[in-house]
Design a protein around this ligand. Sequence first.
Ligand SMILES: [Zn+2]
Length: 107
Amino acid sequence: MTGVAPGIALRLNANRPEPARTDDGNEWSYGRCWLWCGQVHTPVLWLGTAQTAGGVAAPFTVCGPCVQALHDAIWDHAMTMDRRAVARAAAAGGGGPQPWGAPAPAP
Ligand SMILES: [Zn+2]
Protein backbone atom coordinates (compact mmCIF):
# COMPACT_ATOMS: atom_id res chain seq x y z
CA MET A 1 0.00 0.00 0.00
CA THR A 2 2.34 2.66 -1.24
CA GLY A 3 1.46 6.03 -2.64
CA VAL A 4 -1.58 6.57 -0.46
CA ALA A 5 -2.18 9.07 2.31
CA PRO A 6 -0.48 8.24 5.60
CA GLY A 7 -2.80 6.43 7.99
CA ILE A 8 -4.98 4.69 5.40
CA ALA A 9 -3.67 1.17 6.02
CA LEU A 10 -3.88 1.74 9.76
CA ARG A 11 -7.53 2.71 9.37
CA LEU A 12 -8.33 -0.15 7.01
CA ASN A 13 -6.71 -2.64 9.38
CA ALA A 14 -9.66 -2.32 11.74
CA ASN A 15 -11.73 -4.05 9.05
CA ARG A 16 -8.97 -6.11 7.48
CA PRO A 17 -10.51 -8.40 4.87
CA GLU A 18 -10.05 -12.13 5.10
CA PRO A 19 -7.75 -13.80 2.57
CA ALA A 20 -9.09 -16.23 -0.02
CA ARG A 21 -10.08 -19.66 1.29
CA THR A 22 -10.71 -22.90 -0.53
CA ASP A 23 -14.46 -22.67 0.16
CA ASP A 24 -14.94 -19.03 -0.83
CA GLY A 25 -16.19 -19.48 -4.39
CA ASN A 26 -12.92 -18.55 -6.09
CA GLU A 27 -11.64 -20.85 -8.82
CA TRP A 28 -9.41 -23.20 -6.84
CA SER A 29 -7.79 -26.07 -8.67
CA TYR A 30 -5.36 -28.83 -7.78
CA GLY A 31 -1.72 -28.18 -8.43
CA ARG A 32 1.58 -26.99 -7.08
CA CYS A 33 1.91 -24.38 -4.35
CA TRP A 34 4.78 -22.10 -5.31
CA LEU A 35 5.24 -20.68 -1.82
CA TRP A 36 6.55 -22.02 1.46
CA CYS A 37 4.84 -25.39 1.92
CA GLY A 38 6.16 -27.00 -1.25
CA GLN A 39 3.07 -29.16 -1.79
CA VAL A 40 2.72 -30.40 -5.34
CA HIS A 41 -0.89 -31.65 -5.36
CA THR A 42 -3.14 -29.51 -3.22
CA PRO A 43 -5.97 -27.02 -3.72
CA VAL A 44 -4.38 -23.85 -5.07
CA LEU A 45 -5.51 -20.43 -6.21
CA TRP A 46 -3.95 -18.71 -9.22
CA LEU A 47 -2.56 -15.36 -8.05
CA GLY A 48 -0.89 -14.33 -11.28
CA THR A 49 2.09 -15.18 -13.41
CA ALA A 50 5.59 -15.43 -11.95
CA GLN A 51 8.48 -14.59 -14.24
CA THR A 52 12.17 -15.11 -13.69
CA ALA A 53 15.39 -14.14 -15.44
CA GLY A 54 15.35 -15.06 -19.07
CA GLY A 55 11.66 -14.38 -19.39
CA VAL A 56 10.65 -17.82 -18.18
CA ALA A 57 7.19 -17.71 -16.63
CA ALA A 58 4.87 -20.02 -14.74
CA PRO A 59 1.41 -19.78 -13.25
CA PHE A 60 1.82 -18.56 -9.67
CA THR A 61 -0.54 -20.78 -7.70
CA VAL A 62 -0.70 -20.85 -3.92
CA CYS A 63 -2.40 -23.13 -1.37
CA GLY A 64 -4.79 -21.86 1.30
CA PRO A 65 -2.35 -21.76 4.24
CA CYS A 66 0.27 -20.00 2.11
CA VAL A 67 -2.37 -17.51 0.86
CA GLN A 68 -3.06 -16.75 4.53
CA ALA A 69 0.65 -16.31 5.31
CA LEU A 70 1.15 -14.10 2.24
CA HIS A 71 -1.92 -12.04 3.13
CA ASP A 72 -0.61 -11.50 6.68
CA ALA A 73 2.89 -10.63 5.42
CA ILE A 74 1.53 -8.05 2.96
CA TRP A 75 -0.70 -6.48 5.62
CA ASP A 76 2.20 -6.42 8.08
CA HIS A 77 4.32 -4.69 5.44
CA ALA A 78 1.57 -2.17 4.65
CA MET A 79 1.09 -1.40 8.35
CA THR A 80 4.83 -0.89 8.86
CA MET A 81 5.08 1.40 5.84
CA ASP A 82 2.00 3.31 6.98
CA ARG A 83 3.29 3.80 10.52
CA ARG A 84 6.49 5.23 9.04
CA ALA A 85 4.52 7.53 6.71
CA VAL A 86 2.39 8.77 9.63
CA ALA A 87 5.55 9.40 11.68
CA ARG A 88 7.18 11.27 8.78
CA ALA A 89 4.05 13.39 8.26
CA ALA A 90 3.91 14.20 11.98
CA ALA A 91 7.63 15.06 12.05
CA ALA A 92 7.11 17.37 9.09
CA GLY A 93 4.36 19.12 11.02
CA GLY A 94 1.70 17.88 8.65
CA GLY A 95 -1.75 16.88 9.65
CA GLY A 96 -3.41 14.31 7.49
CA PRO A 97 -5.10 11.11 8.49
CA GLN A 98 -4.09 9.63 11.80
CA PRO A 99 -4.54 6.06 12.97
CA TRP A 100 -7.77 5.28 14.78
CA GLY A 101 -7.36 5.98 18.45
CA ALA A 102 -4.47 8.37 17.94
CA PRO A 103 -4.70 11.49 20.05
CA ALA A 104 -5.88 14.55 18.19
CA PRO A 105 -3.05 16.85 17.13
CA ALA A 106 -2.51 19.84 19.36
CA PRO A 107 -4.04 23.04 17.98
ZN1 LIG B 1 1.52 -23.60 0.24
